[in-house]
Design a protein around this ligand. Structure first.
Ligand code: E4P
Length: 220
């Protein structure tokens, strides 16, 4: 399973590339705002970081755009900027045609803000390169998420759709493990989610115990 970093902060992305060799980056308007820099400046800086690799950066079209033509025009403009860009379109009716038109032009779309298996199915039918079910938001709303991810994966596999499934808005290590058990292709999460997940108090406890034994033992 691939690990994407959900961030627009250059220092975080640089660190995660170096430390964990993350497989890609996802951004959204919240992440862009948090950098304090303009949208285009930020996504170009991220593109520079991974230039020459196969890694992808998902960049989101203006969420005010609710017209297929607007979505296509903006997606074409953004796709021109970097071969690593995958264009995020929100999962709404006008986006489905946009996804089909863009797929014919080899412009890859990440269909984002997906909250139901049928939304995911329609995005797959339309030719989305990535599908992003937002599990953290659902779980915060007390909705069950493991079965949801399993359904999306099963639908993709039942009909041999080529879309890759990014389990998104991941908040903790258990959700990463659930996504892996469900055979999702990718998870995207913030740096802290990965760092907390890769840590365990028993590991630290064990290091302390073994260090104490080590200190009482001669080396030679
Ligand atoms: C994924 O592509 C999204 O950017 C992300 O997971 C959204 O979640 P959040 O902004 O609530 O963390």
């Amino acid at each position: 399973m691939k690990f994407f970093l959900d961030s627009a902060k250059i220092d975080e992305i640089d660190y995660a590339l170096d430390t964990f060799d993350i497989d890609g980056v996802t951004t959204n308007p919240r992440h862009i705002l948090s950098t304090g820099k303009p949208f285009l400046t930020t996504i170009k800086e991220i593109a520079n970081l991974i230039e020459g690799t196969e890694k992808t950066i998902s960049v989101e079209v203006n969420p005010h755009f609710m017209d297929t033509g607007q979505m296509i025009a903006e997606a074409q403009k953004l796709a021109e900027l970097s071969p690593n860009f995958v264009i995020k379109l929100q999962c709404v009716e006008p986006a489905f045609k946009a996804i089909r038109v863009l797929a014919e032009q080899d412009i890859r779309v990440n269909c984002t803000l997906v909250f139901s298996a049928v939304q995911a199915l329609e995005a797959m039918r339309s030719g989305a390169f990535y599908i992003s079910p937002f599990i953290g938001w659902k779980e915060a709303n007390a909705e069950e998420i493991r079965g949801f991810v399993e359904d999306v994966v099963a639908i993709r596999d039942n009909y041999d759709f080529e879309s890759e499934i990014i389990v998104a808005a991941v908040r903790n290590a258990r959700q990463i493990a659930d996504a892996a058990v469900a055979n999702a292709d990718i998870v995207t999460a913030g740096l802290e989610v990965y760092q907390t997940g890769f840590d365990h108090p028993y590991t630290r406890d064990g290091i302390q115990k073994f260090s104490d034994f080590w200190d009482q033992t001669l080396y030679e």
